[in-house]
Ligand binder design. Structure first.
Ligand code: RTP
Ligand code: MG
Length: 150
């Protein structure tokens, strides 16, 4: 499986509920490597760019209101098959239908207020990474200190 990068957002509910540390911990525990990370407020323009496929859907006004309602944490993680690995860790869109052991299944009950976004394909990942990060914000590094930590 090839090394992939994928775009993750810890949505406003994750920030407001102080769950970012737990969610980032799960991603790191799985072995995914954080190569970019920042906090920002999603504007209406950014929301429309990110969720272009949903802009015309009936639920978009609520999605826009939610995703622009407070700061998010945006990050890129890297790993073998990272796009699908993260999607599997997230669970289903509706938290109530998400299996225990997934992020949405363990921390959420809502269909819309669902803690985390992850790119749904390698193509979406490339597009979303370019929306949220400039190339110089994405770091390339070896984990040479890992042996010392162990
Ligand atoms: P995301 O894009 O945020 O990672 O979530 P997803 O792939 O699991 O779900 P998607 O279908 O792409 O929907 C994007 C976000 O829109 C909200 N949503 N509300 N019927 C509804 O009320 C509805 N459907 C979707 C959710 O916040 C979902 O994550
Ligand atoms: Mg999606």
């Amino acid at each position: 499986m090839s090394l992939q990068q994928t775009l993750i957002l810890l949505k406003p509910d994750a920030v407001q509920r102080r769950l970012c540390g737990k969610i980032l911990g799960r991603l790191e525990d799985r072995g995914l490597k954080i190569v970019a990370l920042k906090m920002l407020k999603v504007t209406k323009e950014l929301a429309a760019q990110h969720y272009a496929e949903h802009v015309k859907k009936p639920f978009y006004p609520q999605l826009e209101e939610f995703i622009t309602s407070g700061p998010v944490v945006s990050l890129i993680v890297e790993g073998p098959g990272a796009v699908q690995v993260v999607r599997d860790m997230m669970g289903k869109t509706n938290c109530r239908e998400s299996a225990p052991g997934t992020i949405r299944g363990d921390y959420g009950l809502s269909r819309q207020v669902n803690l985390i976004h992850g790119s749904d394909s390698p193509e979406s990942a490339q597009k979303e990474i370019a929306i949220y990060f400039r190339p110089e914000e994405i770091l390339s590094y070896d984990s040479t200190l890992a042996e010392w930590v162990c």
